[in-house]
Each structure stands twice: as C-alpha cells, then as structure tokens.
Write a protein that binds this ligand. Structure first.
Ligand code: NDP
Length: 297
C-alpha cells in the first residue's frame, strides 16, 4: 500500500482564499484591516524565517502584520513592558499579538507570554484560552494543533471511536491536540494516548494507532514498523539535517518507510507547517471580529 499524501500546502491555500474573502468583508464593514503584531527576539534563523512566512501570508489575505524586533539581550521586564504597551495600543490598533518562540534562555518565557491579554492571544497560549479549550468551548486554539485537526477533517479521516496516539506533550502542540481529538464532535470523539519521553514501549503504543501524530523534534523517531497498516500518520516535527552533502528539512517520521504502510501521510515540508500559518491568520481574523462583536464562524 502507498499512502495518500496529506497536502498541507494545497489546503492552506484554500483556507487562505476563504480568509481573504472574510477579511475583505471585515474591511467593508469596519473600514480598517485586521492587524497582527509579532514580537521577534534575537536572530535565530529559523525564527526569522517562520516570522517572515507569517508576514507574507498575512499580506496575501489582507491582514496587516508588523514585526517588532528586539535584541537577544532584551531582559524579561523589558519584553513584558513592550508586550503591555503593544496591547495598550501604543503602536496602533492591534487585533492579534504573538511572541515568537523560543525566547533566549535568560528570559522568563511564561512571564512574557502571560503579558499577552487573552483577547489578543492568537497563538492560544494564555491560561484563559488553554482553559476554554480544555472545557470544550475554545476561543483561540493553538495554531499547529488546530492545523492538524483541520488536515484530518479535510481528508475525511474518521476520528470518532478511533485510537489517536500523539507523541509529544508540549503545551503548544501535543497537549492541545489531545484535547481537540478527545473533545465531543466532528474531528473529535477519538480515544487518545499522549506519549512523551518517559513513555514505556513507545513503538507498541504507536503500532496501535489509527491516527499517529509525531510532534517531538527528532528525525527518524517513528520508523516504518511503528505504523499500523492503513493508519493516518501526521508528522509535525521540523528538523534540519545534513543529507547527501545538503541541508534539508525532515520530520520525525521515516517518511519513505512509513508511506508504504500508512493510509495517509503528511510530508515535511509541505504538511503541517503551512496549516499552522493559515490557522494563525484565522485566529487573527477571529480576534478582529470578536473585538467588534462580530463572529460569523
Ligand atoms: P517540545 O520540545 O516542547 O516537546 C517535545 C515533546 O517530545 C516533549 O513532550 C518530549 O517529552 C517529547 N519527546 C522527546 N523525546 C522523546 C522520545 N524519545 N520519545 C517520545 N517523546 C519524546 O517541542 P514542540 O512541541 O515545540 O515541537 C515538537 C516538534 O514540532 C519540533 O520539531 C518543532 O520544530 C515542531 N513544530 C512544528 C510546527 C509546525 O508548524 N509544523 C509548529 C511547532 C512545532 P517530555 O515532555 O517528556 O520532555
């Protein structure tokens, strides 16, 4: 069997098309464009390139994006003060505000993220938004988790009653995804196993998955023999490796081996990554709509 490819790029493009229409309606009604502000601290090349792709995608759908760059030496208090000032409108209207991760080691990331008010928190990391998600009444869902669920729904992969195994329990990917897939309703109702670095018999858990999501950051962690025949395999990992003398991006799954057993598989690049960006735009538009008391979705 060769798996069907879950084309994140194509799906992100169609999501962007509908967001563009929604943004145009917003502009017609409220005479301004939705606006996203991104705080980028330091000069990690990967962070710079993620932020650049968010900025470009915002431009494509009609959302204004401003990137505020801070040096890697910025102190926690300085960043907290900056986030509060942006939220207070000192840099103009703001609908969505995010702080690109990771922050430098000396910075208290929790203090900085907690300074983002919940109504601007388009990354969905604030405890209020995490709490709403855990209670099954989400407002801003963390973008990567939302993207994975959207990919599953779009492909018509059934989740109800199925066993979903998620490898990785971070607050930004694995844990919110476990909440989404186990929630009641479309794209949910799955029985979820959440694995991590202390899980015994990881391969055993994976082999029992109808839906297997890898979100760890280790190339080759999921080998072909860990995939149940016919399973949907979704690879969130992004790892830069040197292969055949060239630098390449790969996921956590051994794609070539897994695709021979899986029913569906997402590639890296071109899988979950573009959907993460599309979901950020969707959250920003939702934030703008909520700010004017309008929520068409
Ligand atoms: P974190 O480092 O925050 O979390 C990694 C998780 O993997 C932890 O729960 C950790 O366990 C677990 N883990 C580590 N080693 C093992 C192992 N050997 N076996 C099982 N579990 C293990 O990473 P993120 O969640 O932020 O990101 C995960 C990956 O996804 C990265 O490659 C990242 O680049 C990528 N990513 C991709 C995005 C996209 O848009 N495609 C967006 C966000 C992230 P423990 O909790 O015990 O430490």
């Amino acid at each position: 069997m060769t798996a069907r490819i879950l084309d994140g790029r194509g799906l992100a493009e169609s999501i962007e098309n509908s967001l563009r229409d929604e943004a145009a309606t917003f502009v017609d009604m409220f005479k301004r464009r939705p606006r996203l502000v991104v705080v980028l601290v330091g000069d990690l090349p990967a962070s710079g390139s993620y932020v650049a792709s968010k900025e470009r995608a915002a431009g494509r759908v009609g959302i204004d994006a401003e990137v505020i760059r801070m040096p890697a030496s910025a102190a926690t208090a300085e960043l907290v003060a900056l986030v509060r000032a942006i939220a207070a409108g000192d840099r103009g209207t703001v609908d969505g505000l995010l702080v690109q991760l990771p922050l430098p080691e000396h910075v208290d990331a929790v203090a900085v993220l907690d300074a983002v008010p919940p109504h601007l928190d388009v990354d969905g990391f604030h405890p209020e938004n995490a709490g709403l998600l855990s209670q099954g009444r989400p407002r801003f869902i963390p973008c990567t988790a939302a993207g994975v669920q959207r990919m599953i729904l779009d492909a018509g992969i059934s989740t109800a009653g199925r066993h979903a195994v998620i490898v990785g329990r971070s607050d930004i990917v694995g844990r919110p995804l476990a909440l989404l897939l186990s929630a009641k309703g479309p794209g949910g109702d799955a029985t979820v196993t959440l694995c991590h670095s202390r899980s015994d018999d990881l391969a055993d858990h994976c082999r029992r998955a109808d839906i297997l999501v890898a979100a760890v950051g280790r190339p080759g962690l999921v080998t072909g023999d860990m995939v149940k025949p016919g399973a949907a395999v979704i690879d969130v990992g992004i790892n830069r490796v040197e292969r055949d003398g060239a630098s390449r991006l790969v996921g956590d799954v051994d794609f070539d081996a897994a695709k021979e057993r899986a029913g569906w598989i997402s590639p890296v690049p071109g899988g979950v990554g573009p959907l993460t960006v599309a979901m950020l735009l969707a959250n920003t538009l939702l934030a703008a709509e909520l700010s004017v008391g309008k929520n068409p979705r």
